[in-house]
Design a protein around this ligand. Structure first.
Ligand code: AMP
Length: 307
């Protein structure tokens, strides 16, 4: 009765107009776990790190109810490394470097104790690894959510399309949706992508919010206008963590509940960008989250009398 999270645990080098980080802890599964653990526990992590990954980072996650049994540690190898640079428009970024390291030949092994999981969050990772995790589960989870990235569309499109056939919800950003579908219109892109497998599609648009598509229905969640945006890295993963965390807590996979889930995802992402890396996610409390959700309610609540 819990959630499996799959994805990278990594080192990142980040440059934004407001500063530069040295190698800091990142990775899709790291952000997802920090975010989702506010809503559901235990979380069962599947990932791989090298001997250079600090043990105290794994312990910090364990203290949040995140199991490391499915995280392989390859003592003599290096962890996944990513470097990115944001320009003044922080909705777009350039990847400066991607070093797969331990990820290059990663064969995930799903521990027996993970088999009871009802929800599966496939964070950004090699598509073949995402597929392998689905195939190792004896019972199909109630909901399988997948995140991916342009990098994998460029180097592993065929595998990515195989995973798409197996998932319920895909999360991508707007430029990735356009790249995957070859369509500029996001409505047309959504229709094409949903024909590739997922019944639900979330398109993230950075500071312009997120769209949830299902059949002919569409729902929009804004992003909270923030005074300071420091580092958008991990915002997408943090969004995914809030989304799946809420679904796993409520066990309700209806479209109506997914609307709430994307508001919660947006609220969590708004914390992530306020500081570098995972720093802000580590310090927020339930009270902070509740306050922010109230701000979201206020942001989109209005009365109209139709005449
Ligand atoms: P986001 O900003 O939500 O897209 O996620 C940023 C995180 O994704 C960083 O912490 C990176 O370590 C991780 N990342 C970057 N490129 C990849 C990739 N090709 N596959 C998996 N994770 C990645």
């Amino acid at each position: 009765m819990s959630l499996i999270v799959v994805g990278t645990m990594a080192f990142d080098d980040i440059e934004t107009p407001f500063g530069k980080s040295d190698r800091i802890i990142g990775g899709a599964a790291t952000y997802i776990a920090w975010s989702a653990s506010n809503f559901t526990r235990p979380i069962k992590q599947v990932s791989v790190v090298g001997g250079d990954f600090p043990k105290k980072e794994m312990t910090a996650l364990e203290e949040r109810g995140v199991s490391m049994e499915g995280v392989q540690v390859k003592e003599n190898e290096k962890s996944f490394f990513w470097a990115g640079k944001y320009h003044m428009d922080m909705n777009t970024r350039d990847t400066l470097d991607t070093q797969l390291n331990v990820l290059a030949d990663f064969n995930p092994v799903v521990p027996e104790s993970y088999q009871d999981c009802e929800f599966l969050m496939l964070g950004n990772l090699v598509p073949a690894v995402q597929l392998s995790v689905i195939q190792q589960l004896k019972t199909r989870p109630k909901l399988v959510v997948m995140d991916t990235m342009n990098f994998w569309m460029e180097v592993a499109l065929d595998d990515l399309k195989k995973v798409l056939k197996q998932v319920d919800v895909l999360m991508v950003n707007d430029s990735e949706a356009r790249e995957l579908s070859n369509e500029y219109s996001l409505v047309k892109a959504a229709r094409k992508i949903m024909n590739m497998g997922p019944n639900y599609l979330v398109i993230k648009k950075g500071e312009h919010g997120a769209l949830l598509f299902h059949g002919d229905q569409v729902f929009f969640a804004p992003a909270l206008p923030l005074e300071d945006v420091f580092d958008p890295t991990g915002a997408g993963d943090t969004f995914a963590g809030g989304f799946i965390g809420h679904i796993a807590r409520t066990k309700d996979i209806s479209f109506e509940n997914m609307k709430t889930a994307i508001i919660i995802g947006s609220a969590m992402a708004s914390f992530c960008v306020e500081k570098f890396g995972t720093e802000r996610l580590r310090e927020i409390t339930k009270e902070d989250i509740d306050k922010r959700l109230a701000q979201f309610q206020e942001l989109v609540n209005f009365d109209i009398e139709l005449v």
